[in-house]
Design a protein around this ligand. Sequence first.
Ligand SMILES: [Cu+2]
Length: 451
Amino acid sequence: MVIRVHNPLDVEASLHHHGAHSPAHSDGHPCFYTLHGETRDYYYPNCVPRNADGSEDWSESPSTMWYHDHGNDVTAHNVAHGLAGFSLFTDPFEEDLIAKNILPQIDGPDGEQAPYDVPIALTDQLLNLDGTISWDPLDHDGRLGNLFCANGVVQPFMNVERRKYRFRFLCASLARIYELRLSNNASMLQIGNDSWLLPKGVTVTRITLVPGKRADVIIDFSKAAAGSVIYLENIMEQTDGRKPKGINTRNPIRLVKFNVIGGTVRNDCTINANTPLRPHHEIPESEIVATRDFKLGRSNGAWVINGEFYSAFRPDADPIVNTAERWNLSNSSGGWVHPTHMHLESHQITKLNGKRPREVWAYKTDTTYLDTNTTAEVKMRFRTFCGPFVFHCHNNNHEDMRMMKQFEVCGQDPVTGVKNPPTLNGEWFSVDEKTAGIPHSFIKANPHIFS
Ligand SMILES: [Cu+2]
């Protein structure tokens, strides 16, 4: 897939395909800008990660991704002004689930949006008195708004039939942490976390959604009475971009109104908590070749990782392609939270404050929530592509204040063992793109969403 981005705006931009496995030149590196008036082509092979033996890891095939701006120092401004959207993909495995009516159709009739598979991006917007978008360039704690929007709509409603729906919830807010529930406290079946389907659905009554994260969820309205009203609510109270106050069930914020209509539906899709979904493969301890520690902290009134601000010209980690590493991410502050997003591949949280994370976070993830005083031990593979990638806090205001690190996936000479870091030898990319990422098989983009 080639996407040609023309930038007529008066601000630079860089397009990041969040949760995708993309080559470094098309990953939306913060310094690979498209400047005002310029055009840039992004090349997406849309492949799954390729193992050292050439086989493909289909456990990594993505479902619910999104795209947003990633320009250095301007991400928060650009995302707050709307440079973000969904990117839904399928592969033969997921298409089989849909063909068997286990999951609802993605494509609607006559090329319209599918009626039972509904992506919902949650944002909190802040407006000036004249209705334009309010932007405070000096707010570095994290922008909060007072208008709660679903796909940009304030006080949205949706008429739902008495059947199962698939919702892809996305936290596209800059700094807000959501705790989602249904107003009737009914349970939901979470079938995916971030880009990937879970091994099987997990029954939940609440979903924690932090900036960057997605939750792929089945909500069954079949037992609700016709004429009833159910709200999707947020019960996380937050008045400061630094961190939420905590759960407050007495004053829930209504995000989406569902009007339940009609009689019982025939041919409802059949997914339930026992349906096997995408198989998961744990990264075995034997694959780990290095351990790195990253401390997210605060220094001189801004945010740092291991005491440093981000620089595109300093490799902070140099993993070797086709290896796996253990990274310890820690936030020792009691005053700040940092949802931490890693590019290139999924990572697996093995421990969160020494314990196994909650079930829906225990498989593949691309954004790990570092709550106050939290340490995460994660494992990650580095496959298919060499070059510079980043990981960072997804509170976009923190990210713009350089709470970000660069890891450069290196090749290694098989005889001498010498690493081949892509930037240090004067070239951004040392790997021949013709052989690095073009797969034999494919993942299919949903054209209704991506366009
Ligand atoms: Cu942060």
